[in-house]
Design a protein around this ligand. Structure first.
Ligand code: HEC
Length: 118
């Protein structure tokens, strides 16, 4: 009984920590991210992630070019996840906190695949 209780606590901690760091980056996660990106982000950020989506070119500030622009909040996955969740104040980049956590991680890792390797 006691062992069970302790092991379920350990499990809860483990899943909590796993969610905080984001799920493992697998081809499946990237595929889910692409799907979400196409639905939610492509219009502004463009199919190639260069900020030239159909609605993006007329915007000021322009949507981020994921390939080569500097990210205001940095391009570490956890920083990007936060922007995807909360948005950037006073810009057309609104938050996507209504999307499930896993989908936000998926789209975060998908958009980072556009990033030019340094
Ligand atoms: C309505 C247009 C629009 C849509 C849709 C949109 N964005 Fe953006 N996004 C922007 C704009 C504009 C900026 C740049 C804002 C600025 O320069 O401060 C931006 C910036 C960003 C940044 C850069 C953050 C940083 O720190 O510089 C990320 C990451 C991002 N968007 C991700 C996404 C994701 C993921 C989606 C879809 C879930 C999405 N955006 C949908 C307009 C959009």
């Amino acid at each position: 009984m006691k062992v069970r209780f302790v092991s379920s606590l350990v499990f809860m901690f483990w899943t909590g920590a796993a969610l905080a760091a984001g799920p493992a980056v697998t081809p499946d996660l990237i595929a889910k991210g692409k799907e979400s990106y196409t639905t939610n982000c492509l219009l502004c950020h463009g199919e190639a992630g260069d900020g030239n989506g159909p609605a993006g070119s007329a915007m000021n500030p322009k949507p981020r070019d994921f390939v080569k622009d500097k990210f205001k909040k940095g391009d570490k996955p956890d920083a990007v996840f936060k922007v995807v969740s909360d948005g950037l104040k006073d810009t057309s980049m609104t938050g996507y906190a209504h999307l499930p956590v896993e989908e936000r991680w998926a789209v975060t890792h998908y958009l980072l695949t556009f990033r030019a390797k340094k």
